[in-house]
Design a binder for this molecule. Structure first.
Ligand code: CTP
Ligand code: MG
Length: 173
């Protein structure tokens, strides 16, 4: 297969469970925080109210379900990663959640409140976590890492501008 097509297929197979997990946790997350309101040694919240049991569960289950659908609908394409795509999808989703937890954990340690933005960390923590844990089965190339990180930032900026122009947000950032 053409190397460019191969690249696009691989990064897409990586992106699908990552993005599903992250966006559906956001969409469906509410209620009981997964840290159960507990504080860390510094007296600040462990993760904060932005990481809920429901969002975490939905993200992992639906991120993995996305991989299942892709594997079922396009079995030959899914085989491209030389690994069990369902298992890989589950690792991506769990890793995305853990990366996002790590991001919130760091923010809380720095005294940054839930929802206050930290450029790059907020947008990329789930991608780094997902690809890192996913590396147990599939190691992305350096170019794939760079592409997915850059694409995610770009998608974030564009998405915010579209939401701003559609008057869904007050600021374009
Ligand atoms: N969310 C959730 N459970 C998760 C991840 C996200 O419920 N495991 C939901 C929460 O409603 C959260 C929203 O998705 O508010 C956006 O997620 P994120 O931006 O990661 O959280 P923040 O609220 O910005 O909190 P933090 O400062 O900890 O990043
Ligand atoms: Mg946030």
């Amino acid at each position: 297969m053409d190397p460019f097509v191969q690249f696009v297929v691989r990064v897409s197979l990586m992106a699908i469970p990552l993005y599903l997990c992250n966006s559906l946790a956001l969409l469906f997350g509410r209620g009981t925080p997964i840290d159960l309101g507990k504080n860390f040694l510094d007296g600040r919240r462990l993760l904060g109210d932005g990481k809920t049991v429901r969002g975490t569960f939905v993200g992992i289950v639906l991120g993995t379900a996305g991989a299942f659908l892709v594997k079922t609908a396009f079995p030959e394409t899914a085989l491209f990663l030389q690994s069990d795509y369902l298992a890989y999808g589950a690792l991506l989703a769990v890793g995305a959640i853990l990366g996002d937890f790590a991001g919130s954990f760091l923010k809380r340690r720095k005294g940054i409140e839930r929802g206050k933005s930290v450029f790059l960390l907020d947008q990329l923590d789930f991608v780094v976590g997902g690809l890192a844990i996913g590396s147990l089965l599939v190691k992305p190339s350096l170019l794939e890492w760079i592409f997915l990180l850059a694409f995610t930032m770009l998608a974030h900026v564009l998405g915010n501008w579209i939401a701003y122009l559609a008057k869904l947000k007050k600021n374009p950032w």
